[in-house]
Design a protein around this ligand. Structure first.
Ligand code: PLP
Length: 431
């Protein structure tokens, strides 16, 4: 049965008004404000398996999954139990703990990194990886790609994806010209542009999303990531693979499990924290050994390796076996198929892009292999599709420039809710 929720969400609206008086824009991360789709952002009070419950008592199939972390869905009993047990032992010690060692061992066992440092957010991970690359090479410039988002690090905000793309901000005020001038922004999937930029520049690092998911999903073309590694190394730069989004989501070892690439540093976040704040960067021992206190490049954090976050991350990763990834892949394919079939039936121009089990649908007929092409889509059509899905109890990312995320908790009931909703949503997008 289709739930037809009204556009009005009085309890969420009241919370949004309260919040807007005291929190800039009413939210603590811009894309949550629904600015690019309009309407009232839903304030969530509870999650259970595939479902999110808002302040008005409505239930939604969650295809955001906290922007990626929740591969097992909401409030998985094993994750909650691990957090409760850790909390009962104390919330933070400011001293090393066994849980940090176990989480670091799990990351090293699953990936190509030889050493790893735990931090609190993906932003910290990329910021620190860049500092380390500069410290290691003695160089300053960084190459990044338009539409790739690596968190709100000053040096990486230029032509960034995610909320920056959603709000159409070219470059953020507050980032100094000096900082911006040290970042070279190039088109994604364009190796020739990288080769040209490396000539004559002294570049410390090339950073890329392992598969771009912050301009919508845009997978690297065959050979792009390997070409970046080769070019970086030929020119004495480090290659940083940002796996904050893909890490432990698209396979048990992340994107590197689908496409092994010779990077020097990797960044992780999201899934490895199981819904609590935990992230990491790691890589070759020789590079990581430059980090304080082993080496001179400073990096630290009061709450880094927090015992609750480590417990949630470990519990989440322990559950993530081959069957988990098979289920995520299958569920993503089913949902993408339902949506694209409905859009095709209504004659709505669209393009499905996938990268492992991450996907998004661009409302354009043309191919999307870079940010310029991503921006060609009809955002108005996405908006109509989004609101129709929302009013039928399916929560999509509130932006045309974001990935859709699935969890293993999506069951037949949740799938049939999506199946029943896509037809009306496609009709709305066709208008
Ligand atoms: N890198 C990538 C690829 C991301 O997708 C994100 C967040 O979406 C980040 C870095 C920043 O992570 P955080 O939001 O935890 O700071």
């Amino acid at each position: 049965m289709i739930d037809a929720y009204s556009e009005d969400a009085p309890a969420s609206q009241a919370l949004f008004e309260r919040a807007s008086g005291i929190v800039p824009g009413g939210v603590n991360s811009p894309v949550r404000a629904f600015k690019s789709v309009g309407g009232t952002p839903r304030f969530m009070v509870r999650g259970e398996g595939p479902w999110l419950f808002d302040a008005d008592g409505r239930r939604y199939v969650d295809l955001v999954c906290s922007w990626g972390p929740l591969i097992h869905g909401h409030a998985h009993p094993a994750v909650i139990d691990a957090v409760q047990q850790a909390a009962a032992r104390g919330t933070s010690f400011g001293a090393p703990t066994p849980g940090e060692v176990e989480l670091a061992e799990e990351i090293v066992a699953r990936t190509a990194v030889e050493q790893v440092r735990l931090v609190n957010s993906g932003t910290e991970a990329t910021m620190s990886a860049i500092r380390l690359a500069r410290g290691f090479t003695g160089r300053t410039k960084i190459i990044k790609f338009a539409g790739c988002y690596h968190g709100h690090v000053d040096a990486l905000l230029a032509s960034a994806g995610s909320g920056v793309a959603t709000l159409g901000i070219p470059d953020s005020p507050g980032v100094t010209g000096a900082t911006a001038s040290e970042t070279i922004v190039l088109p994604y999937n364009d190796l020739a542009a990288v080769e040209q930029a490396l000539t004559g520049e002294s570049v410390a690092a090339i950073i890329t999303e392992a598969a771009a998911g912050n301009m919508g999903v845009v997978a690297p073309l065959p050979g792009f990531n390997a070409g970046l590694a080769e070019l970086a190394h030929r020119h004495g730069a480090l290659f940083i693979m940002d796996e904050v989004m893909t890490g432990f989501r698209v396979s048990r070892s992340g994107w590197q499990g689908l496409e092994p690439v010779d990077a020097d540093l990797w960044t992780f976040g999201k899934v490895m924290g199981g819904g609590l704040p935990a992230a990491a960067f790691g890589g070759r021992r020789e590079v990581m050994q430059r980090l304080a206190p082993a080496g001179p490049v400073y990096q630290a954090g009061t709450l880094s390796g927090n015992p609750l976050a480590c417990a949630a991350g470990l519990a989440s990763l322990s559950l993530a076996d081959d069957a988990t990834y098979a289920k995520l892949d299958q569920t993503a394919a089913t949902i993408a198929g339902l949506a694209t079939d409905a859009l095709a039936k209504e004659g709505v121009p669209h393009r499905l892009n996938t990268a492992g089990n991450m996907f998004s649908i661009f409302f354009t007929a043309g191919e999307v292999t870079n940010y310029d092409q991503a921006k060609q889509q009809r955002v108005e059509a996405f908006k109509a599709f989004f609101h129709s899905m929302l009013s039928q109890g399916v929560y999509l990312p509130p932006s045309a420039f974001e990935a859709w995320f699935v969890s293993t908790a999506i069951d037949d009931e949740a799938l049939s809710r999506v199946a029943e909703a896509v037809g009306n949503a496609a009709k709305a997008a066709a208008r």
